[in-house]
Design a protein around this ligand. Sequence first.
Ligand SMILES: C[S@@+](CC[C@H](N)C(=O)[O-])C[C@H]1O[C@@H](n2cnc3c(N)ncnc32)[C@H](O)[C@@H]1O
Length: 481
Amino acid sequence: MVAGALALLPAGETIRFLDPAFGTGAFLSALLGLVPAGQVAGLAGFEIDAHYGEPARELWRGSRLDLTLGDFTRAEVPCPGPPNFSTQPNLPVQPNLIICNPPYVRHHHLEPADKRRLQALGERVAGVRLSGLAGLYAYFMLLAHGWAAPGAIAAWLVPAEFMDVNYGAGLRRYLAERVTILRLHRFHPVDVQFGDALVTSAVLWWRHAPPPAGHCVRFTSGGSIAAPRLSERVPAERLRLAPKWRCGAFSPEAEAESGTESESGATLGDLFEIKRGVATGDNRFFILNEAKIAQLGLPFECFQPILPGPRGLGPEVLEIRADAEGLPQLDNRLYLLDCRLPMPDLAERYPALGRYLDSGVPAVSERYLCRHRTPWYAQDRRAPPPLLCTYMGRGAAPFRFLRNYSRAIAPNVYLLLYPKADLAADPALIDRLWRGLNSMGAAGLIAAGRVYGGGLHKLEPGELKRLPLKGVLAASPCCSA
Ligand SMILES: C[S@@+](CC[C@H](N)C(=O)[O-])C[C@H]1O[C@@H](n2cnc3c(N)ncnc32)[C@H](O)[C@@H]1O
């Protein structure tokens, strides 16, 4: 964060640093590790909590740090507004580098009178009135506007929620209109930056100047700040008008998909593609066990392992282990017949298989799904899913999530969860999510799905996609620790 901000300042510029939520000074420490002492003209910080402020004073004794033990939001603002750049004085005390991870105090922990004071002050300083639902961090960002020297660079580590929710509209407008956002990075929803704050975080860097005509913001997400998974350049004008800020969300397809996300935060669909398992057209004909394949003399290379349905697995099974060849460690292993060779070639190469398929004409070949395939015995392609959900069931715990380490695919009595992008390369994280899904309690899952007469609960792929991630992560043994 700090290195990114320094790279945005003119080379060699004398630095006047401010951290309005200083804590013990992680950002100052980073700064002093990156620039020679002679380049620093001033260091300032605010810390309201003596528990951090006193040790911080001790820690930084002998440095030129001017640390105020007090409330940043009550300090006299150098330029209290209106936020008009042309009339702002360039006072020597004004910081040209602001780096901050402001407090994540939610709005319902702000006293009503304090909230009104902050709303009025924010509006005076930054020209935007925030919704009463905005958290304290949003006011820190607005008030810092009145501190920054013209052209100053700021870097903020904040909850990403303001990018999606309606009550973030004021802060988005401020950022899009009053300063020049240079880069915005959104961390992956499960990559929480702080153990004690279960929020998706974002870092944004801005320059204290109105956005120049045609300005584009570098918008990144996932991975790390140095190596993000997604990156795009978004015209500032589009950000100004967009109802939500999401990397990759500025294409028409993504905008259509964003309808699946809840207002309040990330969902399972942010992490996984969710598909139905394979609909074979006739399980009894296409799915065979090892003994049957051997008995009929069929070629094993035309089959792929497939999991039995939840009943065939047994009610206790939550995990499918694999042997050295990746086959599921199950007593009665099943295989799906899947060969796309046209019949004459197939019959010539595998005569026994040709005879077997002939035995399915017309009883199987004329079934609805088979009739609509070419050749009629071809199957839909699916990769082995690392996570599956039994999406129909009765009773108090109707759904089960299975972790699959084998290369078996699964039939359509399951929903298959395929991790997106960088989650795919993180099996430990998939394990955590799997545990969370199985421990979160049935109520959330039942509420997400539908119930039929007789008490049959069901979850459609779209419903599972909309499942809020918060409950899953909170239930995951590692995440809640
Ligand atoms: C998220 S932490 C930042 C930690 C900091 N970056 C560090 O290196 O320790 C936010 C800090 O802001 C402080 N804080 C909360 N409200 C404040 C306020 N109104 N004025 C100044 N500091 C405040 C908290 O006590 C906490 O230390």
